[in-house]
Ligand binder design. Structure first.
Ligand code: KIV
Ligand code: ZN
Length: 513
């Protein structure tokens, strides 16, 4: 028994997540995808719960081929009959019968004695067996039940025809070692032919760990849900269980599942879209950042050899391969690599200056997009390899009732030059300050402002043309602030004019202290 059966309960326990309500069409779409994913069992719903559930289970049973289609049922005959009505058309069907065995559930919820629960289990399982050979039994709240009583009820279920015994940790109270021991105890106490299954809830964040402890102790079916959906904190996440068994086959001693792992990301996205439950960005396996690297050291490592910081090949789970996310933690390696993937090749000083600009922008903008990179590079390519002047600081003052005033500090590599200016608006004032600092004043014959991407933190991209006594040069500047972008564009044009006119820098004319 090397095969661990994957019993998907996204459409039953998962649909019990607060706020989720799938219609028949949506359930069918997910069930088709679960079949493509290669799960062994789809628990399609709880037919007695509502007409909608009955209809959806019926539609899935009639249409979806491949996995066993299971329906949940309490022990009462009305429940079992309804479950059978819904799944009877499936290629392969299963009735999943449950009754609680913990003291608190029996006294407070069922109001039944131990003997009544035993009788209910016997009758419900026997009724299900009269319809189908494939009957699963669950002692609800099994983990908090008296193990001997629970095993006695399980024995009754097996004696009446159950072929799978599912041991639920209904409230997510278990810890791996104890849950594993409980599974071993079931094997010890219950006699007969059956598969033991795990069903763990995630109230302590241990659902996957508990399920895997069950597997180590002999369980060969895991009940789980895509994206970890389910009551309260959810069920064991299917994608995590599957990839743990796959990735650590050394530890799980050759065990395997029949899941086509390449379908995991797609399935996760579909479930998220149709349920309206977002997937946490850093969610293991299927989160959008699960294969993204931001730290410079990590990026460098991954670019050299993916396995320095990744234990799973992203393609194996249908995710995009090692994504280098450029942000303020990124290093020159990742920056240059991203540029070259976009077909932009900068070297030497050009690369250094673009990298400095990128770092400045990354401090203000959380994520740098390809469009941002293009704009930065366009700015660099436009200015040529070496700048005469670079901007150190730009200060602006103004308001609706004050004349805009700007003060700029530049450096020409060895010395600082400062300038001040006023204008009709902030951009005008900033340009006047640069003109004063550099002594290069002229006419702006063109001026275009655009936004590189959408959103309030988008980069402003300014392209202008400066005409100084007939010498024309264009300049380009990008920054999160459009005034700064304009100032940079103006400065870049000034740098070109200085080079073109090959005249000494007008430092001597700089104003300010
Ligand atoms: O959590 C639980 O106990 C269940 C059962 C119905 C199997 O979902
Ligand atoms: Zn459950």
């Amino acid at each position: 028994m090397d095969r661990v059966l994957i019993f998907d309960t996204t459409l039953r326990d998962g649909e019990q997540s607060p706020g989720i309500s799938l219609d028949v069409g949506e359930k069918l779409e997910i069930a088709e995808q679960l079949a493509r994913l290669g799960v062994d069992v789809i628990e399609a719903g709880f037919p007695i719960a509502s007409d909608g559930d009955f209809e959806a289970v019926g539609a899935i049973a009639k249409t979806v081929r491949g996995p066993v289609i299971a329906a949940l049922s309490r022990t009462g005959f009305k429940d079992v009959d309804r479950a059978w009505e819904a799944v009877r058309h499936a290629e392969r069907n299963r009735i999943h019968v449950f009754i609680a065995t913990s003291e608190i559930h029996m006294t407070k919820k069922l109001r039944m004695s131990h003997d009544q629960v035993k009788n209910e289990a016997a009758a419900g399982v026997a009724r299900a067996k009269s319809y189908t050979d494939d009957v699963e039994f669950s002692p609800e709240d099994g983990f908090r039940s008296d193990p001997d009583f629970m095993c006695a009820v399980c024995q009754i279920a097996v004696d009446n025809g159950a072929t799978t015994l599912n041991i639920p940790d209904t409230v997510g109270y278990g810890v791996p070692e104890d849950y594993g021991k409980l599974i071993a105890y079931v094997f010890d106490q219950v006699k007969g032919e059956f598969i033991v299954s795990t069903h763990c809830h995630d109230d302590l964040g241990l659902a996957v760990a508990n399920s895997l402890a069950g597997v180590i102790n002999g369980a060969r079916q895991v009940e789980c849900a895509m994206n970890g959906l389910g009551e309260r904190a959810g069920n064991a996440a299917l994608e995590e269980v599957v990839m743990a068994i796959h990735t650590r086959s050394d530890y799980y001693e050759g065990l395997n599942t029949g899941v086509r792992t390449e379908e995991l990301a797609r399935t996760s996205r579909m479930v998220s879209r149709l349920t309206g439950y977002p997937v946490q960005f850093n969610k293991a396996i299927v989160g959008r950042n699960a294969f993204a690297h931001e730290a410079g050291i990590h990026q460098h490592g991954v670019l050299e050899d993916r396995e320095t910081y990744e234990i799973i090949d992203a393609g194996l789970v249908g995710q995009e391969a090692a994504q280098i996310v450029l942000g303020k933690h990124s290093g020159r390696h990742a920056f240059a690599d991203s540029l070259s993937k976009m077909g932009l090749h900068l070297q030497g000083d050009g690369l250094n200056q673009a990298f400095v600009r990128f770092k400045e922008l990354a401090d203000r903008k959380v994520e740098i997009t390809e469009a941002d990179l293009e704009a930065i590079v366009a700015e660099e390519l436009g200015t040529g390899a070496v700048h005469k002047y670079t901007m150190v600081n730009l200060e602006l003052e103004g308001g609706t009732n004050r004349t805009p005033h700007a003060r700029v500090i530049l450096t020409d590599g060895s010395e600082k030059c400062e300038g001040e200016g006023t204008g009709n608006g902030m951009i005008d004032a900033a340009i006047a300050a640069i003109a004063a600092a550099t002594g290069t004043d002229g006419d702006l014959t063109e001026f275009h402002v655009s936004s590189v991407t959408r959103g309030g933190d988008a980069l402003g991209d300014v392209v202008l043309q400066l005409d100084v006594n007939g010498v024309k040069a264009s300049g380009r500047g990008v920054a999160t602030d459009v005034v700064e972008a304009s100032a940079r564009a103006y400065l870049s044009a000034v740098n070109k004019i200085v080079r073109l006119s090959d005249r000494p820098g007008p430092r001597e004319r700089a104003v300010g202290p």
